[in-house]
Design a protein around this ligand. Structure first.
Ligand code: NG1
Ligand code: ZN
Length: 551
């Protein structure tokens, strides 16, 4: 092992992946994400950064996922996964941004040398990486640029192929815990499906089989994973996989998938002749880490069960099991949400357990959830999971139940710790979790939906010249900049019954997002439109694209 960078090799390869001069890249809440055709140099450099991060962590394996999730097919992106299967440490987001923007090969080498110095990276350490991509057409070329980055650092890199984002996170945690007492599972796709379906089968043993579940795979990688999952589930749960055209140009996330359903609050048109009244259905997003449920009632009206409804369903179920097990003194359950959580869900949950609101971004939710014994975190958009702390896992392993009912409840809790992905939100794992609860409670979609009634809400986005001019406080619920804008929003909100609205810059797109809710549908839409108008005027956008209406 050498103890300096192989600058000749880096130079040779970097010259094949020049940075476009007119683009500024940013490692945002979900890594780098923009048009796939502009990302070649970023992928090469991320390959180098992943290797450096691994060396910094004594050769522990780092994950790299190439995906743009729910975003349009022509977009792509890349994010790094830390050894425990979690999001990259915040300081390295900054390093990644700096390195991705070095204008030339010389500047890149200089930036890398400076990172090695400041982060005190021992270059003689090994570098280990596991990487994967989703089904986007730009994926193969980007993965090859990434592989050049690994080559430039002489890193040992394993190509995990085309898998969901949560499967890649699972691999990272498995590889890094292999052979320890915290071993998370077998680092193969088979290991993942076995782990999920074995625990699912234990949890629903003896329960009546549920009617078939329709799964909208967003024409993405979830179609491949859904098929494998379905085979492993056998008769225990019948999945009807829809929107599985992973090679059809333009199909990915197009009028289907979790983001389409959540934002438009509509049934994907492709399911109109598929879904029967009362039947349960769910949508995954393009990399299968988000999940939204829905159903049609007897009159054919569409009802959506989003991340907030999933959190409410799951938290109540876990609390009940903890209580039946006789562990309610030792195991406390809490929920983490963001400002996008429906006000009705927050009220419902706050009446039952501790609830914390944090800024948008999985890392904020995940870290806040880690502070509870059992932390349930879900974004309204359907991304989320449930974390069990190590002391809680130890409590469950050591507990001596005194009745058969207690013993069953503890077994179920242990199975849940196996079923639920502990690294990141996972649509397939969450789907099985929801199915377990529905099966235990004998709930239809309608009964689940009646836990609380959502306040009508609307999410909108406004394109502005500089989204960084928008700064927030109080878990993004209030604007501090541009000055004076928050007061004008407050003044508008006060005119609407049950009104709430907030504005924040997106961390993944070059837009400012506007959220509004109110007691009535028309009022929520109107409030969102008027706040979007305020933002637009403030930011000085082009009058022809001023927000006029939604729907
Ligand atoms: P931004 O673009 O920062 O709003 C979006 C989602 C987040 C999260 C990230 C990562 C909304 C309103 N925002 O972030 O919740 O999922 O993407 O994919 O859904
Ligand atoms: Zn996603």
């Amino acid at each position: 092992m050498t103890s300096s960078l192989s600058t000749d090799l880096i130079r040779l390869l970097s010259d094949q992946h020049p940075k476009p001069s007119n683009i500024h890249f940013q490692y945002g809440t979900a890594g780098f994400r923009t048009l796939g055709s502009t990302l070649d140099s970023v992928l090469f450099r991320v390959g180098i950064i992943a290797a450096l991060r691994s060396k910094k962590l004594d050769g522990r394996t780092i994950g790299v996922m190439v995906t743009a999730s729910h975003n349009p097919e022509e977009d792509n992106g890349v994010k790094l996964v830390d050894p425990r299967g979690e999001m990259l440490e915040a300081a390295w987001e900054g390093h990644s941004t700096t390195i991705s923007n070095a204008p030339t090969t010389d500047a890149l080498i200089e930036a890398l040398e400076s990172l090695v110095q400041t982060a005190k990276i021992d270059l003689s350490k090994p570098a280990n990486v596991v990487y994967a991509r989703d089904t986007r057409p730009s994926g193969p070329a980007l993965v090859s640029a990434l592989a050049d980055g690994f080559k430039a650092m002489n890193a040992t890199a394993r190509n995990a192929g085309v898998v969901t984002t949560p499967i890649l996170h699972y691999f990272v945690k498995c590889v890094n815990t292999k052979g320890t007492k915290y071993s998370y599972g077998d680092d193969s796709e088979e290991g993942y499906y076995q782990k999920l379906t074995t625990s699912y089968k234990k949890l629903v043993a003896g329960k009546a089989a549920q009617p078939a579940l329709v799964v909208d795979c967003a024409n993405g990688v979830g179609a491949l994973a859904g098929k494998q999952l379905s085979e492993h589930l056998g008769d225990t749960l019948q999945l009807v996989l829809e929107n599985t055209s992973i090679t059809k140009p333009g199909a990915l996330n197009n009028a289907c998938g979790a983001d389409y359903v959540k934002v438009s609050q509509k049934l994907p048109p492709s399911l109109v002749n598929v879904l029967k009244p009362g039947q349960r259905a769910c949508s995954l997003d393009g990399d299968a880490d988000r999940l939204i449920y829905f159903y049609l009632d007897d009159r054919g009206a569409f009802h959506m069960l989003d991340g907030d409804k999933i959190a409410a369903l799951v938290a109540a179920f876990i609390i009940e099991l903890v209580k039946v097990a006789g562990l309610d003194d030792q195991i406390k359950v809490g929920v983490v949400q963001t400002a996008y959580a429906n006000g009705a869900s927050t009220k419902y949950l706050q009446e039952r357990l501790p609830v914390k609101c944090v800024p948008t971004g999985v890392k904020h939710l995940h870290h806040a959830a880690e502070r509870y014994n059992v932390g349930v975190y879900f974004e309204a958009n359907g991304h989320g999971t449930v974390l069990f702390s190590q002391p809680t896992l130890d409590t469950l392993a050591e507990y001596q139940p005194s009745t058969p009912a207690q013993s069953r409840a503890v077994e179920h809790l242990v199975s849940l710790t196996e079923l639920i992905n502990q690294t990141v939100g996972d649509a397939l794992s969450d789907m099985l979790l929801v199915e377990v609860v529905l099966s235990h409670k004998s709930y239809s979609g309608e009964e689940w939906n009646s836990l609380y009634v959502d306040l009508p809400n609307r999410l909108a986005k406004v394109s502005v010249p500089d989204r960084n001019a928008f700064k927030t406080e109080d878990a993004e619920r209030r604007l501090v900049s541009p000055p004076g804008l928050q007061a004008r929003i407050d003044e508008l909100v006060n005119r609407y019954q049950g009104g709430r609205s907030f504005v924040r810059p997106s961390g993944t797109e070059d837009v400012v997002r506007v959220y509004a809710e109110a007691a009535l549908r028309t009022q929520a839409d109107e409030l969102a439109m008027r706040v979007a108008g305020l933002v637009y005027d403030e930011a000085g956008g082009d009058p022809s694209s001023r927000p006029k209406e939604f729907l």
